[in-house]
Design a protein around this ligand. Structure first.
Ligand code: C5P
Length: 395
């Protein structure tokens, strides 16, 4: 967020706080004159990030260059609010005299501006022309609001109110997201199959891969149902509904219910393949002896969904230790999947519990695509890039 020097800058801490409440990460840069209206300390406190306003860090014996390029490339979206006549004019002319302008000129992301000016200044043809120029460059110009202006005049030119800015940007961003109005269902984590009220059969799945996939799908605009077995993870995203289950049978019921109107279903859960056939209602005592657990198979959720598939895009995971590609291809076919993601336990640092994964993405009649070892967050991006390549053609 870039702040320039208009009186409306006093509203920016409220704006930053509202972005953070919506789950955004915010980094603030300021023009030097905006510091007359709002303090960097307030903005650093509410944004939970350092605030920069010059090309070099000011209060150091060894001055540091504040990398405007890195800041600009870090952002998914940039908002300049308030955007003054001076700042808008400089933006339109590629005039790079402060950090906000430098970051804007280096940005690759979508940029929004919230103009704030006095009535006559706003309607001056030079300003209207600059707004038109910026609009032609792809900048989204937020409308100004009518009301009392700092000059005492009444009219158009007030910066949009913080909550309206958020609503406007959300609407604008949402309409460009590729999975808007689509339901994406993801299974995650382990399941636990009770032996008695205190013991169970489980596995080491952390659920991290599934949770990252859910976040990515939500960021792409999908309504996400995350069906998760017991994990230590929590998730807070307006587009994600978490359904917590314990057993494979419960995961099966929940999956069937949500599959009907799903566009994409990803089975990343490590579902137990067997459950004890007779789970004791009381804790089995050490003294009574306990030398055998009879096991029954659990439902293969993914195979069932493959059988009843209509137009859902169905993706599975395969965790293999031998003949990896061959086994994964076998599952792709036998479970009637649109894609399967192979992660091998033979790859060091990758897989189950950790934060990283190394995957190969397989589809019918296409050469497998192998990715490097990456964080699970990055893997989730790769997975949805692949899904969207195919899915956009289908829908
Ligand atoms: O056949 P296998 O268990 O190796 O297949 C793994 C894939 O099948 C994963 O996507 C996993 O989530 C899914 N699966 C399932 N239900 C089971 C077992 C596995 O959905 N009972």
């Amino acid at each position: 967020m870039g702040i320039s020097g208009g009186i409306a800058a006093y509203k920016t801490p409220t704006l930053v706080r509202a972005f953070i409440k919506q789950g955004a990460e915010v980094r603030v840069i300021m023009t030097p004159s905006s510091k007359d209206f709002v303090t960097p300390l307030s903005l650093a406190t509410v944004s939970q990030n350092p605030v920069f306003s010059s090309f070099i860090s000011e209060d150091q014996d060894n001055p540091l260059w504040n990398n405007h390029v890195e800041m600009a490339l870090w952002a998914d979206y940039m908002l300049i609010a308030p955007a003054t006549s001076n700042t808008l004019s400089s933006m339109a002319q590629a005039c790079c005299t402060n950090l906000v302008l430098a970051a804007y000129l280096s940005s690759q992301c979508k940029v929004f501006v919230a103009p704030a000016m006095d009535l006559d200044m706003y309607s001056h043809p030079a300003n209207q022309k600059n707004l038109e120029t910026l609009s032609d460059y792809g900048v989204v110009v937020l409308p100004t609001e009518e009301g009392f202006l700092a000059s005492g005049l009444l009219g158009k030119g007030r910066m949009m109110e913080p909550e309206s800015i958020i609503a406007f940007m959300e609407k604008d961003i949402y309409k460009t997201l590729p999975l808007k109005n689509k339901k994406v269902v993801i299974t995650a984590g382990p399941t636990q199959e009770a032996i008695d009220p205190v013991r169970f059969i489980g596995n080491n799945s952390s659920g991290k891969m599934g949770f990252e996939l859910a976040k990515r799908a939500a960021d792409l605009g999908a309504e996400v149902i995350l069906i998760s077995g017991p994990t230590n993870l929590s998730i807070k995203h307006v587009n994600i509904k978490l359904e917590q289950v314990v057993t494979a049978d419960q995961m099966f019921e929940s999956s069937k219910k949500h599959y009907v109107d799903a566009s994409v279903f990803i089975a990343s859960a490590a579902v137990a393949d067997f459950k004890p056939d007779n789970n004791a209602t009381q804790k089995i005592k050490k003294g009574t002896g306990f030398d055998q657990i009879n096991l029954l198979p659990t439902p293969d959720i993914l195979a069932y969904l493959g059988k009843i598939k209509k137009d859902q895009f169905l993706v599975g995971f395969a965790l293999e230790t031998e003949n990896e590609l061959e086994n994964a291809k076998g599952k792709l076919e036998s479970k009637n999947l649109d894609a399967i993601i192979l992660n091998s336990l033979n790859d060091e640092q990758a897989g189950f519990g950790g934060n990283q994964n190394k995957i190969t993405y397989l589809q019918p009649n296409v050469n497998p695509i192998s990715f490097e070892l990456k964080t699970k967050q990055e893997v989730a991006v790769d997975v949805f890039d692949q899904i969207l390549l195919k899915y956009e053609k289908l829908s």
